[in-house]
Design a protein around this ligand. Structure first.
Ligand SMILES: N[C@H](CCC[C@H](N)C(=O)O)C(=O)O
Length: 269
């Protein structure tokens, strides 16, 4: 079966989007998704996004990491879908109902409120997620937050000095995290600016992570380290994260189409 896709990215965090809103798509297996994610033998992407009709929103969005795992949220992809859709849209995800709106620079997404309770991250046992009594070599005393998906946030003096390519997978797969976790290392530059690098669950080092930027900004705001609106500087570019009076998180930043293509599904197993 030949399928069409739209290749998009948000600050270099890249996606293949299958649009099943008008025509039902076959269900792809984790192995097929991982094969399609291969940057030499497949399309190559950090996440696969599958759109479908929704009874409760303008559309439903399912998110699959490059390793084939299905997850609850993807901030950069949500902006890309808003740009693709072309007008404001409500989007049903496993992580909750999102409101997205394209704008001149890309899109803005209302991500809802973060959750901080240990069971909502989730963690394997009870712990205060504000400053956790944990350490992995130079990384210690992280915060944890869920913005639909789980994030661990370390505040450090120099993000570029952290060997995230080795510590990231070690932390991601720690038994403390029953559903694994995204690993963020953040440097507070000022009350309105954060520098961030992310090891993504199921995808590895990415050029940007929208939910990581949201989780990091809200963890820093919760600790009084930054004001309610911050710019988050990722390797791929900058996002603006704003908290509203109810604690809702709003993320704004670019998203754009790279190209469109097709592939023969039977070639991927
Ligand atoms: N790796 C994430 C999903 C993609 C998140 C990221 N690409 C974003 O923009 O939020 C997870 O397993 O929860």
């Amino acid at each position: 079966m030949r399928l069409s896709f739209v290749k998009m990215h948000g600050l270099g965090n890249d996606f293949a989007i299958l649009d099943g809103r008008d025509a039902e798509l076959p269900r792809l297996s984790p192995a097929q998704i991982a094969a399609l994610a291969d940057r030499h033998r497949g399309i190559g992407f950090d996440q696969l996004i599958v759109l479908s009709p929704s009874r409760t929103a303008d559309m439903a969005m399912r998110i699959h990491n490059a390793d084939g795992s299905e997850v609850e949220a993807c901030g950069n992809a949500t902006r890309a879908v808003a740009v693709l859709h072309g007008t404001a849209a409500s989007i049903e995800t496993e992580g909750g109902l999102l409101q997205a709106r394209p704008d001149a620079a890309g899109a803005e997404v209302a991500m809802g409120r973060a959750q901080f309770d240990w069971q909502d991250i989730p963690l394997a046992y009870a712990m205060d997620t504000r400053e956790m009594p944990l350490g992995w070599e130079m990384l210690e005393r992280p915060s944890a937050a869920s913005v639909g998906n789980p994030h661990l946030i370390f505040f450090v003096n120099d993000v570029d000095a952290v060997p995230l390519d080795t510590l990231g997978p070690e932390i991601e797969h720690d038994p403390l995290f029953p559903e694994r976790i995204n690993v963020n290392v953040a440097q507070i530059l000022s009350r309105n600016a954060i520098k961030l690098r992310v090891w993504e669950r199921g995808a590895g080092l990415t050029l940007a992570c929208g939910t990581g930027a949201c989780a990091t900004a809200t963890a820093a705001y919760r600790q009084g380290l930054v004001d309610g609106e911050v710019t988050v500087r990722l390797p791929g570019g900058t996002l603006t994260i704003r908290h509203d009076a109810e604690g809702g998180i709003h993320m704004a930043g670019p998203a754009q189409e790279s190209y469109r293509g097709t592939f023969e599904l039977d070639h991927f197993s």
